[in-house]
Structure formats: structure tokens, C-alpha cells
Write a protein that binds this ligand. Sequence first.
Ligand SMILES: [Zn+2]
Length: 262
Amino acid sequence: MKIIDAHTHLPGWSFGSQPRPIRELRREFEEQGLGGAWLFTTDGLVGESVKNNDILAKAVADHRDFFAPFCTVDPLCGAKAALRELDRAKHKLGMRGVKLHPWLQRFSMTNPAMEPIFKHAGKLGLPVLLHDGTPPYASSLQIAALAEKAPQTIIILGHAGLDDQYEDAILACRRHANIYLCLCSNSCGYVEEIIRRCPVQRLLFGSDGGFLPNLIALAIAKLRATDAPATVLRRIFHDNPLSLVPLPEHKLGRQRRQLFHR
Ligand SMILES: [Zn+2]
């Protein structure tokens, strides 16, 4: 089974990490057991989003069979600029989703740009994954309240509430059909509870890989150590992420890559 990681970051200059060649990053991810990964910026969450979207798209250009790049936008620049960047990210850069980090990007879910961003991402067919589980800005239920206003958009709670808000994340997922949970950084017992109580088709595996060595291998081992049956694990590791963001089976040549970018 090809394991797809729905939560990884391109190493950058922030948080003590250092940029390294994408080939190396891919090898590192593959050696830890991955067959593909959704890849987010790191530097773009604390710096310029547009510039870092360009950096991410360029980095993965020859590895689109493995990496699904997610753009970010800055709600503090206003809805108009954010929507323009979403269009550019989808149509020009071929981004496959949106990553937002209310805590690092210093915005609240009540920011007036947020509702248009959620709705427009849905129109473009881009799932939106948000960091959650760290109040006051990134609370799981605040995100859920806004998700309710954009029912056509797939909203992913990027940490399933972490350990402090996992109950809220479960509630959000059960209440709203457009909310998915990414099981990233939750403790083992909480992961088991989330799996027991939430619709399995809306659960995804994630690791925050790219930040520290071996994060992915540890996250895979943690999920495998739960009491979840193999059929459920297969959906979380493989079927669900691929149904949201399909990855091509084989490496794309230059010509097909250009098609892919349209
Ligand atoms: Zn993350």
C-alpha cells in the first residue's frame, strides 16, 4: 500500500530548519515509507505568501507524481488579494489545495477575508487544511463555525484538535459533512478514540514531516500501533487522501507536466 501523508512541510529558513534539495527530501520521505505527500510551505506561514508559493511550485516541478503542493494566502492583505492569489495558485502554479495557519499567520477566523477565501477555494476545487488545536486563534470549533458557511468546501482540521481540543474536533467532524480530520501529532489513545467516533472516510494520515528527521516513520508507527483494523488504516493512509487529491501513478514528462499545470 502506498502511504500518502496529508501534512508535510517544505523545509525553509524558519523554525531552525534549512532548505535542502527536493530530491533529498523525497528520498527522506520515501525511506520512511511514503508513496506521496501533500507539501506545504514553512517560510510562507511567517513571511510573504506569494513569493513562497512560487518557491514551492518551482521546487516540486519535477516531482508532481509524488508531491501535491498546497498554496497559502494571507488574509491580512484582504479578500481581494487573497482570492487573486488563489486563482493564480490554482491556474498558474497548479497548486492542489490551500494551507492556512491562523496562529502563525496572525489572523482570527472572524477576519472578513476568511469567508470569501473558504468559498472561493471550494469553487476552485481546492481543499483547505488549517492548523488547529491551539486557541485562541486556531480553535477547532471556530474553524468549524466558518466551515458551516462554506458547505461546498472541504475543510481539514490539520491536527484533529491536537490533544487539548480533540473532543471539539470530533464534534466538528460529526456535525459538518465538509470537515475532515488529519491525524497529525495527536497522542495514540486520542487517535483511537477519533477513529472510533468519526466517519472513517473523513480521516487522513499526517505527520508534519519535513520539520524534523523521522517524524514520518514515527507517525506511521503510531497509527499502526492503534487498535484500528487494517481496512480502516488503508482508508486513512491511502484511499482518503488520494480521493481528495489524486496523484498521477507515474512520473510526468515535460509535456504532460505542462498540461497538468493548466
Ligand atoms: Zn504543520
